[in-house]
Design a protein. Structure first.
Lengths: 295, 256
């Protein structure tokens, strides 16, 4: 295998991104239909091969970041996903500079309205409520709509006695919404607690990267906490820690494997095995409350 | 006063810390209790039991320290996971013995370091948020200085949140915000405005219930009036059935 030079740098966006100025300059357009370069081992991989391998590098096992729709496609049974609150969008509640522009760019680059998709579906036939965060939307940051959609997902699951599965990926709370984004940590935790108190199952799957306010709220509140291999998981980001303690962090610090060793996650699961793993876990948690009603 | 003036005032070295509030409001009745029963005793969190007008209360405070030596030993008020776990242990104890909880918040944020990450800083905060939401006893949080993000929220999932006139409460430090936004940490004043972190702004946003005026002579007048205010509030909350209290707390945070 060879080192792939950055030959796509000269390519400029051909779509509506062209007029986004600063945004387009910072985001060189790479035609995903051709090649992907593994950011870890630098291997060039044909995109079709990569897709077949669940977007996992066939050489080093690096799990490429995937968007929320791809995740849903990989996890839920075909055609079973029914999206909730798809049209909810954020507004600039505290008048933060340039937030509208950031939101607009995020919508264009992700093709989504917010940093999380929520809905219902089945995993190998097991009904569940699912929420999937999207790193392409402002690095999965948690704004009021993110928190609201997750809270509604929990409330729906509590009402209909369903398990909840959340795939997290997030840089943390969304600075542009100030204190209101912090409040989402409390709000989502409250909804998760009610779901838990109702005796229902909540599984979180931490994916790369999960940090900040999401780690310090619903990501760490699952009955069972899973992670993809090598995902970065932490409260503070590595750069913030290095600035605080003024020293380099050890290699693999805050990796999924590190958290597994420290006792903060239940299992590291390969992407190709995730669907069956989740289905098994859900099957092992029949709703005892409704069973009692039936008998 | 600009937002940045409030930031400076909130961080001032001569500002009363949690220990001052505890001494002046609860006097000799305060009995300090130590440790999280899991790893260590975090000195950034001070907690215990005290009497308020003859009734028992649980008191928890984030403590920055009042001089350099104290500040070092208290890690400048930045708690490790064991600090949040100690706080939760004391809150659960308060629930068991049916006494209300008062939290004094003063921290630039939860500590960002190797040990804090290894012992699950995120998990510790998350657990507090979840457990405080259904704690069946009244919780009151008073921001007396800095309220730095998740590290402050972990003691502020309360029935009411009050702020001293010059206290601040923010999702990110103004320095952090400025360096992300403008790649320039010196633009702290502008960032302070943008974040809406003053007591006035947060009252308008409906995030806090009350602003405590700071008299010029903060030492003499503040503590007596605060003491009565806390006692009255707890008396009102104690009259509610626990289920109702918890329901109202859920709705308080559900609205954001």
């Amino acid at each position: 295998m060879f080192e792939l030079p950055d030959i796509f740098n000269f390519l400029k966006p051909k779509n509506e991104l062209e007029n986004q100025g600063e945004f387009a300059q910072n985001h060189p357009y790479i035609p995903e239909e051709l090649w992907n370069k593994c950011p870890v081992c630098k291997t060039a991989i044909l995109s079709s091969d990569l897709m077949e391998n669940h977007k996992v590098c066939p050489k080093c096992g690096y799990h490429f970041r995937i968007n929320a729709r791809q995740r849903i496609e990989m996890t839920l049974d075909e055609g079973s996903f029914v999206e909730m609150d798809a049209d909810m969008t954020s507004t600039n509640k505290i008048g933060f500079p340039d937030y509208e522009k950031k939101l607009r760019n995020a919508k264009i680059s992700s093709g989504e309205n917010e940093s999380v998709l929520t809905g219902t579906g089945t995993i190998n036939g097991e009904p569940t409520v699912m929420a999937v965060m999207n790193s392409q939307f402002m690095m999965g940051s948690m704004g009021t709509v993110t928190g609201e959609k997750i809270t509604r997902a929990f409330e729906y699951a509590t009402e209909h006695r369903l398990p909840v599965v959340i795939f997290t990926v997030s840089g943390g709370a969304r600075m542009q919404e100030g204190i209101l984004s912090l409040m989402q940590m409390a709000k989502t935790s409250g909804a998760a607690k009610r779901h838990s108190d109702a005796g229902l199952l909540y599984i979180t799957v931490l994916t790369d990267p999960t940090t900040g306010g999401v780690t310090a709220s619903f990501a760490m509140e699952g009955d069972i906490i899973l992670s993809e291999p090598k995902a970065l998981i932490g409260f503070a980001g590595p750069r913030v820690i290095e600035q605080t303690i003024r020293q380099k962090l050890p290699k693999d610090f805050q990796s999924a494997e590190f958290l597994l060793e420290k006792g903060f996650i239940d299992a590291v699961v390969q992407r190709k095995d995730m669907k069956e793993f989740l289905a098994k876990l859900i099957r092992l948690h029949p709703d005892t409350a409704t069973m009692e009603v039936r008998t | 006063m600009s937002a940045y003036d409030h930031v400076t005032a909130a961080r001032a070295n001569d500002r009363p810390t949690s220990v001052d509030y505890i001494n002046r409001i609860f006097g000799d009745s305060f009995i300090e209790l130590h440790g999280d029963r899991r790893f260590a005793d975090d000195k950034a969190v001070i907690g215990g039991i005290a009497e308020l007008n003859g009734k028992p209360v649980t008191v928890i405070g984030l403590e920055k320290g009042r001089n350099l030596k104290e500040r070092m030993s208290r890690n400048f008020g930045s708690a490790h996971p064991e600090g949040y776990r100690k706080a939760l242990r004391l809150m659960k104890q308060a629930e068991k013995f049916h006494r209300p909880v008062i939290c004094f918040v003063d921290t630039s944020g939860a500590y960002c370091g190797i040990g804090a990450e290894e012992r699950g800083q995120g998990q510790a905060i998350a657990e507090n948020l979840m457990e405080m939401m259904t704690l069946k006893t009244p919780i009151l949080s008073i921001f007396i200085g800095e309220g730095g993000s998740g590290g402050a929220l972990a003691l502020a999932v309360a029935d009411e949140v009050w702020m001293l006139e010059n206290a601040i409460y923010s999702v990110i430090s103004p320095e952090g915000c400025a360096s992300i936004l403008w790649k320039d940490p010196s633009k702290t004043a502008e960032a302070s405005e943008c974040l809406k972190l003053t007591a006035q702004d947060l009252f308008k946003l409906g995030v806090i219930e009350r602003i405590i005026r700071e008299p010029k002579d903060i030492e003499s007048k503040l503590f007596d009036s605060l003491k009565n205010l806390i006692a009255d509030t707890f008396a009102k909350k104690a009259a509610l059935p626990p289920e109702k209290l918890v329901e109202l707390r859920y709705r308080r945070f559900r609205k954001y």
